[in-house]
Write a protein that binds this ligand. Structure first.
Ligand code: PHE
Length: 386
């Protein structure tokens, strides 16, 4: 038998309680049966229609009919039922649309129930104690890699550098060709990556790949801005590397580029020496070790004195006293030739570039021995950096 609103014979607390409980039982029972949009509309109208909906009926049959002495008490209950019915009707609708709902029942937030069953359980739980403190969500903290990345960026910002970013999916042109890696040049093998499939018909320079370094943003930046330039580029990069304690197919770099008239290797050395001291402490010394990158000439690896043993030799620095930290060099004139029409005349301007691995620097700073710890999301690891 469908529920009908009874007339109240007496207005005692016990009689009111009973009437309210019966109404609520009917409400939940009918809500259980709502299985589609049309049924939901019927359900909504039966309970909430202005004309003769159940809420209207209790207003007439319970509240208006109540003697003056009971009006206050009945009014409070009718009002509660009005909010209750409205939230059940609304929850039922949201949940039918698969939207998790947060509701307040008896003054308590019901946290994001995902389906009607769990919502119903929470909403009707008689032991909800509204005097208990709510659920405290722990505050999140910056991930150590992001933290280091921000630190590196702010060291350069303090020297007047601006910050740029670029796409993680690049063309062969930006990732390789314009950085002076000619097609089929063996230097490409050092930065093996993932190509988007099905691009055989495209010219090689237009083929899309996951960028292997942040250096393509050097070109993007120079295409957009004439010299002078001082820019750092934090970002995510990809290599076809197997994950182990020191390799990850996805990692982060911070790139730097300075172009102006009369920029020399001395500027490069002074800038990076200052940056390493800012990051690792003022007592570290730097050394520039000859290296090779197609887009810089000359190129160098920057090493710092081992901050653990002070240069005497220990396990961290493999007994050498030095730790290799980043790649750098003077921008190769061939690179300027690719952006000549944007105001970069290789005869007139010069510059330097550098790129550093953020994970590696973070590992050294904090003595972390496994790069995989950064990506596993283990709170016991991450909370140490909060
Ligand atoms: N892009 C180089 C790498 O990923 C690093 C680098 C950047 C070297 C800028 C020189 C200049 O290995």
């Amino acid at each position: 038998m469908a529920y009908t609103v009874p007339k109240l014979e007496d207005y005692s607390a016990a009689a009111l309680d009973k009437a309210v409980e019966e109404l609520k039982a009917a409400l939940y029972q009918e809500a259980d049966a709502v299985s589609n949009e049309n049924k939901w509309k019927e359900f909504r109208d039966r309970w909430m229609a202005r004309k003769n909906g159940i809420l209207t009926q209790i207003n007439d049959l319970w509240l208006k009919a109540a003697p003056g002495s009971a009006k206050r008490e009945v009014g409070a209950r009718v009002n509660q039922l009005k909010t209750g019915v409205a939230s059940i009707v609304e929850a039922k609708h949201a949940l039918a649309l698969n939207a998790p709902v947060t509701f307040t029942s008896q003054g308590i937030e019901i946290p994001r129930a995902k389906d009607w069953e769990s919502f119903r359980k929470l909403a009707t739980d008689p032991v909800l104690d509204i005097t208990l403190p709510g659920i405290r969500r722990p505050l999140g903290a910056e991930h150590p890699v992001i933290k280091t990345m921000n630190e590196i960026v702010s060291v350069f910002r303090a020297m007047g550098y601006s910050v740029a970013d670029g796409p993680e999916i690049e063309t062969d042109y930006y990732n390789f060709e314009s950085l002076n890696f000619p097609p089929n040049h063996p230097a490409r093998d050092t930065q093996d990556t993932i190509f988007i499939s099905g691009q055989e018909k495209k010219q090689q320079r237009d083929r899309l790949l996951l960028r292997t370094h942040t250096s393509p943003v050097q070109i993007h930046t120079m295409e957009k801005h004439p010299p002078p330039i001082r820019v750092v580029v934090p970002g995510k990069v990809h290599r076809a590397d197997t994950a182990d304690a020191t390799h990850s197919p996805i990692f982060h770099q911070v790139e730097g580029l300075a172009v102006d008239t009369n920029i020399t290797f001395c500027d490069l050395k002074g800038t990076l020496d200052h940056a390493m001291k800012a990051l690792f402490g003022s007592s570290v010394k730097t050394r520039f070790y000859p290296s090779f990158f197609p887009f810089t000439e000359p190129s160098a690896d920057v090493q710092i004195t081992c901050f653990k043993c002070g240069g005497k030799g220990c396990r961290l620095c493999k007994m050498s006293g030095w730790i290799e930290l980043l790649g750098c060099g003077m921008v190769d004139p061939n690179v300027f030739n690719f952006v000549e029409s944007n105001g970069y005349d290789a005869e007139k301007v010069s510059g330097f570039a550098f790129g550093m691995g953020v994970e590696r620097i973070t590992m050294l700073k904090y003595g972390i021995d496994d790069i995989q710890l950064f990506y596993q999301g283990d709170v016991r690891f991450l909370e140490q950096f909060a």
